[in-house]
Design a protein around this ligand. Structure first.
Ligand SMILES: [Zn+2]
Length: 281
């Protein structure tokens, strides 16, 4: 072996040892142990100083101070051209924005997480744009499948990080039908906070008449078991609005680990998301 190669190998080995040591050090600081010994949620879950998020173009800042978690969200709304051309009045647009803000704020509350009280506050500062590129929330007339719904889960959603520019939220409507925008916005906000869906995609394909492809949906995302997400859990969608302490614990883990949190195993785990540690206690 020549000298240069030896040197390269020893540098590589040293790097591997350093990596091993740093992995061991971070594994030692288990948030649950910190909480159990009286530490705050901030001490347990903050993965670096200051804010988790808010860098660059991200419309959300997530702060953990003591036992208070704050989401400071500045969504910029864009209403699709069909609406701008007179389908909706300004008063109706303002009404939809109000319902969205109310949906985001329904995440507020006091939650018992790992036996400790965590206060969650959601501050929303909505804005509006006529430029779809600068929007963080797009309101569109309807989906290609013809039913009302929402979406954040593009590839960039699966690659979710708390400090990256977040994926755009799409909210669909076939207005003026009566659509419950509040629970729709509430569910999509869960994605913005780093949670995946709890409903199975096979069921969705069956519901739109694509039964023959339901196996593919179940492979992409099976339905979450009831013990992990109750039948009225907000991330099951369809107007369900129950937020559990487990959901909040998952958000804390997601921000700490910078990884989208799943309720079940799915193809998204291959892309870097993680089955939530909040379920393995
Ligand atoms: Zn969803």
């Amino acid at each position: 072996m020549n000298k240069a190669l030896k040197r390269t190998l020893s540098i590589l080995l040293a790097a591997l040892i350093t990596l091993g040591v740093s992995i061991a050090a971070s594994a030692a600081a288990d948030p649950r142990a910190i909480l159990a010994s009286g530490g705050s949620f901030e001490a347990a879950f903050k993965n670096y100083s200051g804010e988790w998020a808010g860098g660059g173009m991200s419309p959300i800042k997530m702060r953990l101070q003591g036992d208070t978690l704050t989401f400071d969200y500045s969504p910029v709304f864009y209403f699709a051209n069909a609406f701008a051309q007179g389908l909706l009045t300004e008063a109706e647009i303002a009404g939809i924005m109000d319902q969205c803000v109310a949906g985001f704020k329904r995440w507020e509350g006091v939650y018992q997480v790992y036996g400790r009280e965590l206060t969650l506050t959601v501050d929303v500062h909505p804005g509006r744009t006529n430029n779809s590129l600068s929007a963080s929330v797009k309101v569109l007339p309807k989906t290609i499948l013809g039913f009302s719904g929402g979406d954040v889960m593009t590839l960039s959603g699966i690659m979710w990080k708390p400090y990256n520019p977040l994926p755009k939220m799409y909210l669909h409507t076939d207005y003026p039908k009566d659509i419950d925008f509040e629970t729709l916005a509430m569910h999509e906000f869960g994605h913005v906070l780093g949670l995946f869906d709890a409903y199975g995609y096979g069921k969705i394909l069956t519901a739109v008449g694509m039964d023959s492809l339901s196996w593919l949906g179940d492979w992409l995302l099976p339905e979450a078991p009831l013990e992990r997400a109750s039948s009225d859990a907000v991330m099951r969608g369809g107007g369900r609005d129950y937020i559990s302490p487990t959901d909040i614990a998952m958000i804390l883990w997601g921000c700490r680990n910078s990884r989208l949190q799943l309720y079940t195993e799915s193809i998204a785990t291959w892309l870097g998301a993680e089955i939530s540690q909040a379920f393995f206690d």
